[in-house]
Design a protein around this ligand. Structure first.
Ligand code: ADP
Length: 537
């Protein structure tokens, strides 16, 4: 029972009071995951607090060694769901700031996105809307909390009608207890199956332990089943689809690394433009940082998973994680292993690898452009369509099919294979029997090829610009004379002017096409230069 009423019906920010629950489009069960994740964060903060030596004796009823755990209670009779943690708790200010101010939790943006009805709204599984998701299922929510910092207890209450109250309260244990009075239509969400977060703290449902705390990555590789790996992925990512590939990787030297890595089924569109990593970094099972960037090269950010490394200090500050020697070594080790993982898949599980490449090719191509250190290795795992292969080919496979006199690898950026096969540019290559790689993405492929340049000493050349010797056919009787050829070239030059053609030359390469434009790129570059110089074109 609140002893003093501190606020009566204090209004939420307008955005909060304006959330009709039906506007939140997707799966309601998400809310338990959100609350358990918050509880886990609070426990993690408490663990760090204890590690830092600030909590030698909290005197708040839990005492050191008191179990850091999450307790969920479902009471169908009372239509109540309770999520309780023995974590860090919240002070009065924190209660106000974190639960009262919607803008602080990033929820506002989510709701705006959801309202737009855009594709983003189905991303709730990946991002969530935090504490407020409880409003989707609750007609009244009470939060009892006692902070480890000051030992004062409070109760926060809302009926979801656009206001909240905070009052002092007698809270026996430090931590937070959230009591949700469920709406009638929300009873189904009290099911056991919903408490399946991956958290490294014990979870009890109505007094019974429901999760295994021994993290999967600590187990021997041979003891981990495929089902466990997929289940772990679901908990880790919130993704309901199975990953495309899994890798359990452990080493004891030069560093002690335990890791489980996944290639997800797909990546959220936004991920392509974010630089955030999806790796959780642990040290001796203690979470150091979720979404740890810097552990892998940026282009590998679609890889999800956990990495536990004993050599990372538990109390390392977040800032020090960047440019830290151990981190750089982990990065090197993991990168090498992931590249090998992909190249093994490319040679022994080709169909699977093609699926991965189709989903994430933009990232691989970004890698070619940005990851100089690993560029040669990434070249090995690129896949291309080509004039001679039905599905995909690697550069190595292309090379193995080359005839002795072929001196380069050729490619064409073209919308699709049919257009490529009918293209006049193919004529000399067909004549010589040379294979041509086909790239279908005007934007990224054009950028990538400028970094691709060569493969094992072989230049990689655009068919438009390639210098190849084509066997010249016998001249026929009514060929143009040298003089006539010159007159014609002059006529072309004058007619098209310098901004359209740089030069006009006679060629014997083509027999079925009267004329062909080559070096588009050069012309475009010239045009741009002329524009920059203020020349009228
Ligand atoms: P997010 O978790 O994304 O920050 P939420 O709306 O879920 O957003 O929560 C807002 C904040 O409220 C959290 O960042 C945290 O500071 C605080 N909070 C929520 N639940 C708890 C809890 N069980 N214990 C302590 N603090 C909590």
């Amino acid at each position: 029972v609140p002893s003093t009423l501190l606020h009566h019906n204090r209004p939420y920010s307008t955005a909060y009071s304006a959330i009709p629950s039906e506007e939140i489009p997707t799966s309601k069960p998400v809310f338990i995951r959100e609350l358990v994740a918050n509880a886990s964060d609070a426990l993690e903060k408490q663990r760090q607090f204890e590690l830092s030596g600030c909590a030698s004796s909290d005197g708040l009823g839990n005492g050191e060694g008191g179990e850091l755990a999450i307790r969920v209670w479902c009471d169908a009779g009372k239509r109540q769901l309770v999520v309780e943690d023995s974590g860090i708790g919240m002070t009065y200010e924190e209660l106000n700031d974190h639960l009262g101010t919607i803008a602080k939790s990033g929820t506002l943006k989510y709701i705006q996105d959801a309202k737009e009805g855009s594709a983003k709204s189905n991303l709730i599984g990946s991002f969530g809307i935090g504490f407020y998701s409880a409003l989707m299922v609750g007609e009244e929510i009470r939060v009892y909390t006692k902070s480890r910092k000051d030992g004062k207890g409070y109760m926060w209450k809302t009926s979801g009608q656009g206001g909240y109250e905070i009052a002092e309260a007698d809270v026996s244990n430090a931590g937070t207890k959230i009591v949700i009075q469920l709406r009638e239509d929300a009873m189904q969400f009290t099911e056991k199956a919903l408490v399946n977060n991956f958290v490294s703290f014990p979870i009890y449902l109505n007094g019974e332990r429901v999760n295994q705390v021994e993290p999967l990555w600590i187990k021997e590789k041979s003891e981990i089943t495929g089902d466990e790996l997929r289940e772990f992925y679901r908990k880790l990512s919130g993704d309901y689809k199975d990953p495309l590939a899994e890798l359990v990787y452990k080493i004891d030297s030069p560093l002690n690394v335990r890791s489980i890595l996944y290639v997800p089924n797909s990546s959220p569109f936004e991920q392509l433009y974010s630089k955030e990593g999806e790796i959780e970094l642990y040290s001796r099972r203690v979470l150091i940082k979720s979404k740890c960037d810097g552990l892998l090269p940026a282009w590998m950010r679609f890889v999800r998973g956990v990495v536990d490394c004993e050599d990372v200090q538990l109390n390392i500050s977040r800032e020090l994680l960047q440019n830290n020697g151990v981190m750089l070594r982990i990065k090197e080790i993991l990168t090498r292993r992931i590249l090998k993982w992909f190249s093994d898949l490319a040679s022994s599980e080709r169909v699977k690898y093609e699926g991965i490449f189709e989903s994430f090719n933009h990232y691989f191509k970004e890698g070619i452009c940005t990851d100089e250190v690993n560029r040669e290795k990434i070249k090995e795992i690129l896949l291309f369509k080509s004039t001679k292969s039905e599905s995909y080919t690697t550069l190595e496979e292309y090379k193995s099919r080359m005839s002795a006199e072929q001196k380069a690898i050729y490619f064409m950026v073209v919308p699709d294979k049919t257009v490529a096969l009918e293209s006049p540019y193919m004529e000399p290559f067909n004549k010589l029997g040379y294979e041509v790689l086909l790239m279908h993405d005007e934007n990224i492929d054009k950028i990538m090829v400028s970094s691709l340049q060569s493969y094992k000493g072989l230049p990689i050349e655009d068919v438009e610009e390639a210098k190849i010797d084509v066997p010249v056919e016998e001249e026929c009787e009514n060929s143009l004379s040298r003089e006539e050829v010159e007159i014609m070239c002059e006529w072309f030059k004058e007619t098209f002017k310098a901004d359209k053609v740089a030069s006009v030359k006679e060629t014997k390469r083509y027999t079925t096409h009267p004329a062909i434009v080559v070096n588009h790129g050069e012309i475009l570059k010239n045009k741009m230069m002329m524009k920059q110089l203020g020349m009228d074109i």
